[in-house]
Design a protein around this ligand. Sequence first.
Ligand code: KG4
Ligand code: ZN
Length: 388
Amino acid sequence: MKILSIETSCDETAVAIVEAEGGLSSPNFKVLGNALYSQIDIHKEYGGVFPMLAKREHAKNLTPLLVKALTEASEFIETQNNYTEEKWQEIKNILSREDELYDDFRKVFEKIQKPNIDLISVTSGPGLAPALWVGISFALALEKLWEISVVPVNHMEGHIVSVLIQNEDKEQVKFPALALLISGGHTELVKISDWGKYEILGQTMDDAVGEAFDKVARMLNLPYPGGPEISKLAEEADALNIPQKAKLPRPMLHSNNLNFSFSGLKTSVLYYIRDNGPLSDTDKKDLARDFENSVVDVLVSKTETAINETGAKTLIVAGGVISNKKIRQSFSELTKRYSDLSIKLPTKDLATDNALMIACASYINIILNPDLKNRTKNIIAEGNLKLK
Ligand code: KG4
Ligand code: ZN
């Protein structure tokens, strides 16, 4: 089955074309086209993602990215179509909430042959509502144009299944599985009894891990996104054997549940800077390292509790923050302590937001429920969509 997928939940605009096969027992994904544009440089000035700017950028970039993905997949075939004015009017209505998308869309897709694609999938949440809407409107316009069904995808389910895309790792996910999702917007421990059966065991009460990294980086005058900057400083602290001076708390470590909290940790960093400032470069490296260690201690400890409680056989850790080297290593070490637990981590490219994981999630969902293709409800953006 060939799937065209679209992701616009935050600051990455992504379009992919994936050939999926193998069913639920041995799903296999071949990437035919993959086009992604990161808006990070645009949002850097604001120190974070600015929703209306993200929306405008998605609208500007979706059409060229789709053309790129179609070209890669050898599905870009120029032709002169005879779509009726009535059809264009309907498409114009679908795209009416997105400024300037219609003109571009018509100019380009009027001259492209309908591609050989079975399904279109699009992220419908969670994320920034104005950003999500652009992707949804675009997908629905394509559905109208090409008469190919659109199915909505939960972005967090996308992060979970991102680990299925590495082709060299043939080991299947065994159930019950446990997923720790760590990104700029989420920190969640999820029990997976089977594909499509999710239960949130714990989550952050305030800031997400990635958000805490970004905010601490800002306090140290480092650019957005802060995660990679903090981890670079922390690595330097280790490499230079800088003695440990900062002693930050390990929030919620001994709470009797699987929830997290990172806003107190962030405040501790703020006080540390206030009481010890101005910090030297060495002090900053030391502080970044202790912050990272605090995050690692809490994430690993809660995950260990959840493994023991669920009897998980596969541990998945996904989301942008799993690009962090120390976090990757710590989870690999944790897994070694269990004889019948294997770990699956996405590669760096698949850890941050992308459209491949959205295609992958829609494949799993369409197998579980083929009726998804015959939609009875409108697809709407759900900024706070939960896994269930
Ligand atoms: O999953 P993602 O690409 O987007 C969301 O859905 O949020 O995650 C982005 C987050 C940002 O907060 C970024 O600072 C963080 O992932 N991140 C990192 C690292 N690389 C990215 N955090 C810690 N260490 C890293 N190396
Ligand atoms: Zn994400």
